[in-house]
Design a protein around this ligand. Structure first.
Ligand code: ZN
Length: 204
């Protein structure tokens, strides 16, 4: 079974997409999965996704479940932006899976519009303080690898004001990046009890 010969456009597309998408690029090319695989092996193309790709699709959906995120487009590899949806607020936006997986990136609307609380916490294990903003302090604190003590928090009911206060507070401390936390290491610092008390005035 020879099939219809491949055009140079199809070959080009295959050479471009197969390394990223594996056989699933057959949808873009308009060929059968089998035809794509045969042609790819003829051209000695290798897919970085290997045969584990399907398994990883499930894994990716699984991995973002806890953030209440779903994907509305077919997964095409970690570096190819696809449409996501945040079930809490209904926002749909395009982003790269690796941004969701590796960074702490989540729904842009919830992050930008609703982060209105500024908090100062203390990690006793590391003798380390941290300042941050969030829209939900209890939820946020649970996402750290160590349980912090909440020292101060204030709800400014406005993202810009929360961001401004956070910036101001961060400019007043000597930030140290210890890499001890699973996230947010750039906003940590050491301080004396007196210095913390001074910062407390901004949470009043
Ligand atoms: Zn959201």
């Amino acid at each position: 079974m020879a099939g219809i010969p491949w055009s140079s456009e199809e070959i080009e597309l295959l050479q471009e997409l197969y390394p990223k998408l594996g056989w699933s690029c057959h949808l873009d090319i308009g060929r059968s999965r089998k035809a794509v695989n045969v042609q790819a092996s003829r051209l000695k193309l290798k897919s970085s996704l290997g045969s584990g790709r399907l398994k990883f699709i499930d894994t990716y959906a699984e991995q973002i479940k806890h953030k209440n995120l779903i994907v509305l487009e077919e997964y095409k590899g970690t570096r190819v932006s696809i449409l996501h949806k945040h079930l809490d607020c209904g926002t749909e936006w395009s982003t790269r899976p690796d941004y969701i997986l590796n960074a702490n990136s989540s729904c842009p609307k919830c992050y930008h519009n609703y982060s209105d609380h500024v908090y100062l916490i203390y990690f006793e294990e590391f003798d380390l303080y941290k300042i941050g903003i969030t829209n939900n302090i209890n939820k946020r604190l649970k996402r750290y690898n160590k349980t912090p003590t909440l020292i101060y928090s204030i709800n400014l009911s406005n993202y810009d004001r929360a961001r401004d206060l956070e910036k101001q507070l961060l400019s007043m401390v000597n930030l140290v990046n210890t890499n001890l936390l699973n996230d947010g290491n750039t906003e940590t610092f050491k301080a004396t009890k007196e210095e913390i008390k001074e910062l407390g005035k901004y949470f009043a």
